[in-house]
Design a protein around this ligand. Structure first.
Ligand code: GLY
Length: 418
């Protein structure tokens, strides 16, 4: 940790970015100042990393007894990621362009540019977005929406040209090949024990399909998105509107199994999954105006507001874990929910309560417990997210998608103040 921080601090001291030192009275100005400084500095520092160009998180370790206490069960040690050695622990973990999180750093640069008007952030956003060009033909994953829409989708909004539109359309075509009409869903993963796994996260890829449908005039992408959302609504949710992480299907479309991969156990409610759900159904209503999608988003949002019991509303990594001082939060789940609920507040009849909840999340994320100080946190904006605790992976660490959805939420919030 120390060595990496030293590198970061040295580059900052060289004055390669203009991070102002004075704290801002207005909390949103302070957030933008921190985000612009952290992201720009990171972009500069990674200039020479070609094989692993994107920042993903900070390397973390774990203790197996701690994992057992969190899971309130024994641990399958075969499924654990190795604890990183001392040369990695606490340092920035990078990833390649085929990683599911590769779109978030370029996307964060786009939001930071949009929020500040800083042309250097734009230049870096263009540079990191272009690295993802080969992903449009990647066939082995459903994460293409995360990877391409967060990067190229924002590029199209902020620096439009025809090439960008073509990338989005070609990627949607690649993703659509993972849709099985008999099952009515896009297949998520090609690994593991399941026949046809579909994870709730997959709802986040639908924005890419809706965008590509509008850009190309091809309704096929729209129809796939709507069918995927309907099938998921039918099979992923419990009567209390919490959702399973993984639903696997038989080839005839019947459900093979319901369970989890990253949550505490099969019947628990994994925090980020609940965030993906409210975000996914909100976007589906925005694009289709199907009231069933709006009702689903409202039910999930209400469930989140009643189930998150922490004093600052930033959830523990799963809703069903022990409420203990050692239990890690997941700031990324809060950032996703904040962004979704701001949009939902503009669509739902009783929108004010979602606006107020999202504002509370954003203010708490922007306080000293979660927002990094400039020059720290390996260049990430937020602290305290959790990737996959049952695998011993990314526990209580900064993660690039927390930053992305936090900045998206800030953008939505500031637009609503105008
Ligand atoms: N899509 C994987 C995750 O949310 O961790």
């Amino acid at each position: 940790m120390k060595k990496n921080f030293a590198l970061f601090a040295t580059v900052a001291a060289l004055g390669m970015t203009a991070c102002t030192e004075a704290p801002k009275e207005n909390w949103t100005d302070c957030v933008l100042d921190v985000a612009a400084c952290q992201l720009k500095q990171t972009a500069i520092e990674l200039t020479d990393s070609t094989a692993m160009p994107m920042p993903r998180c900070t390397w973390t370790g774990y203790d197996v007894d701690f994992l057992k206490r969190q899971l309130e069960a024994d641990v399958n040690v075969d499924s654990l990621h190795p604890v990183p050695g001392p040369e990695r622990l606490g340092k920035r973990r990078l990833c390649g362009i085929v990683d599911w999180t590769s779109g978030f750093f370029p996307g964060s640069l786009w939001y930071a540019y949009e929020l500040t008007g800083d042309e250097e952030l734009k230049a870096q956003a263009v540079r990191y977005t272009n690295l993802l060009y080969p992903i449009r033909q990647l066939t082995g994953t459903h994460d293409l929406g995360f990877m391409i829409n967060c990067a190229y989708g924002n590029a199209l909004r902020l620096a439009p040209n025809d090439t960008i539109a073509d990338v989005l359309i070609e990627t949607a075509e690649t993703l659509s090949k993972r849709f099985d009409p008999q099952i009515g869903c896009i297949r998520s993963w090609d690994f593991g024990k399941w026949n046809y796994p579909v994870i709730i996260d997959n709802m986040m890829n639908l924005d890419l399909l809706f965008n590509a449908s509008k850009l190309s005039g091809n309704k096929k992408y729209y129809d796939i998105a709507v069918q995927h959302a309907r099938t998921t609504m039918k099979n992923h949710f419990r009567p209390d509107y919490t959702c399973y992480h993984v639903v696997s299907y038989n080839n005839d479309g019947t459900v093979e199994s319901r369970g989890t991969h990253q949550g505490k156990n099969d019947e628990s409610s994994w925090s980020r999954g609940q965030g993906w759900a409210v975000y996914g159904y909100t976007l589906c209503y925005r694009e289709t105006k199907e009231t069933d999608f709006l009702q689903q988003a409202i039910h999930v949002a209400d469930m989140i507001m009643s189930r998150v019991q922490t004093n600052d509303s930033i959830p523990y990594w799963d809703y069903d874990v022990p409420a203990a001082a050692e239990t890690p939060r997941d700031a990324s789940a809060a950032a996703v929910a904040a962004s979704a609920m701001l949009e939902l507040s503009t669509l739902a009849p009783d929108g004010q309560k979602y606006y107020r909840y999202a504002e509370r999340l954003l203010k708490n994320l922007s306080g000293k417990n979660y927002l990094a100080e400039k020059g720290t946190n390996n260049g990430y904006v937020l602290m305290h997210s959790t990737g996959s605790l049952p695998h011993g992976s990314e526990i209580d660490t900064p993660i690039n998608y927390a930053d992305y959805y936090y900045l998206e939420a800030m953008k939505r919030y500031l637009d609503m103040q105008k």
